[in-house]
Every structure is written in structure tokens, then in C-alpha cells.
Design a protein around this ligand. Structure first.
Ligand code: 13P
Length: 236
């Protein structure tokens, strides 16, 4: 199972250090070797963490360059200093709030693929597409995979319906199951679900046949909750 926490614009450098320390000691204590855990803190919280083998720290975003003149962005040089080799690309908050274009998303994918990053590539439909029914949902999600090398061995695809993110209302188990089943026909990579995953629904979501893990926002910002979720994954 893959259990990932996206901090978004939450936590400071100090609180992230505390969080990662607590999570690391938990992962070391329990026999959780089969599981891969990721934490994506804000870039200001990158640090020289001591990590167990099954915990990776990743970037929520970066510009597809080694270094250069891109005010406000960070590139490979800044990530490499902290040995960061994992990145989220295509998150709906970047697509919709920050107007990130498909073209830029594809550039990021190619660049970080060339640099052998673990890529959590996010797709997911907005509410108006979900309202049109499953065929429209599948078409929309497949279109977001256009141009992505689905054979890239470090690719993880996260299905995150936009309407379920940060709303407290997850997609139903049936909706997740149907969508992941359709995605599975095209995608060999691990498939995650994200969108209002909480301690209470983690078990049911992780029990869905084609679900290989979860990408969690809000509920994961509390380390105790996130540890619970890892434990639930382990007990399945
Ligand atoms: P929430 O868990 O807050 O809905 O966020 C999900 C998400 O966007 C993870 O990337």
C-alpha cells in the first residue's frame, strides 16, 4: 500500500520536523516494510531528515529546470540539496487555482521522469463532469493522462475528484471502484484515491479492488491521524 500525505500550505519547518520525527519512529517500530509512505510538506519545511527506508519526503511542486530565472519557483538543484526524489504533478489545486496548463504539466512530467523521480500524477474531474455520469468521468480522466508515459516505472496515478477535495465528503465507494476499475484498463501503475479520506473511511477505501493507496490532505495534517491510516493499511 501507498499512504501519502499532502500538507498543501500547512505546517511550518518546526512542526514538520516534529511530524516527521514522530512518523519515522512509528514506522521503525512497527513492521511496516510492505508499505511506502510519502509526506509532501511545503518547500520551506525541507530539511536534512533522518528517514526510515519506507518514508520518502517529496515536493508538492517544482519548476522543470535545474536552476535559472523563475522567480518564486524552485528547481532540481534546490530539491537535490535535500535529496528529494518524489514530486506531485497535476494536482487540481495547481490546475484550477494556479491555472497550470496541460503543457506545463507535461513539461514537468518529462523533466522529473528524466530525473528518475517518483511521480504522483493527479487526475480528477470537476463536479459538472461527475454530474454527466460515468462515461463523461472516464473520458475526462483519460484525457488528463494524454501525453503521460504510463509505462514510467516510478509513476503513481492519484485519482482525486475535484469535488471531493477538502469538502469532507469523499466520493462513494461505488464511484471510486467504478473509476479505478476503468483506469486500471489503461494504467498499470499504482492507483491512489484522494478526496476527503479520513481515518473513518480509510479501511473501506483501501479495500477497493484496484485501490493501491490513498493521497490524503486535511486528515493527514495531524500526525496521529496519519499514523492511524498507515496502521489501518497495514492491518488489511
Ligand atoms: P483532502 O484530503 O483535504 O480532501 O485533500 C485531498 C488532496 O487534495 C490530496 O492531494
Amino acid at each position: 500500500m501507498i499512504i501519502a500525505s499532502n500538507f498543501k500550505t500547512n505546517h511550518t519547518s518546526t512542526s514538520t520536523l516534529q511530524y516527521v520525527k514522530e512518523l519515522s519512529s512509528f514506522l521503525q517500530k512497527e513492521d511496516l516494510k510492505k508499505h511506502q509512505v510519502y509526506v509532501f510538506p511545503p518547500a520551506t519545511a525541507f530539511n536534512f531528515f533522518e528517514l526510515p527506508h519506507n518514508l520518502k519526503i517529496g515536493a508538492q511542486n517544482a519548476y522543470p529546470v535545474i536552476s535559472g530565472s523563475f522567480t518564486g519557483e524552485i528547481g532540481l538543484e534546490q530539491l537535490s540539496e535535500y535529496n528529494i526524489k518524489s514530486i506531485i504533478i497535476g494536482h487540481s489545486e495547481r490546475r484550477h487555482i494556479l491555472n497550470e496548463s496541460n503543457e506545463l504539466i507535461l513539461k514537468k512530467f518529462e523533466f522529473f521522469k528524466e530525473n528518475r523521480f517518483d511521480i504522483i500524477y493527479c487526475i480528477g474531474e470537476p463536479k459538472e463532469i461527475r454530474d454527466k455520469g460515468l462515461d463523461a468521468v472516464i473520458e475526462y480522466n483519460f484525457a488528463q493522462l494524454d501525453g503521460i508515459d504510463l509505462n514510467y516505472e516510478r509513476l503513481i496515478v492519484a485519482y482525486e475528484p475535484v469535488w471531493a477535495i477538502g469538502t469532507g465528503v469523499s466520493a462513494t465507494l461505488e464511484q471510486i471502484d467504478q473509476t479505478l476499475t476503468s483506469l486500471r484498463k489503461k494504467v498499470k501503475a499504482s492507483l491512489l484515491y484522494g478526496g476527503s479520506v479520513k481515518v473513518e473511511n480509510t479501511k473501506d477505501i483501501l479495500s477497493i479492488k484496484n485501490c493501491d493507496g490513498v493521497l490524503v490532505g486535511t486528515a493527514s495534517w495531524d500526525v496521529e491521524n496519519f499514523k492511524q491510516m498507515v496502521k489501518i493499511a497495514h492491518e488489511l
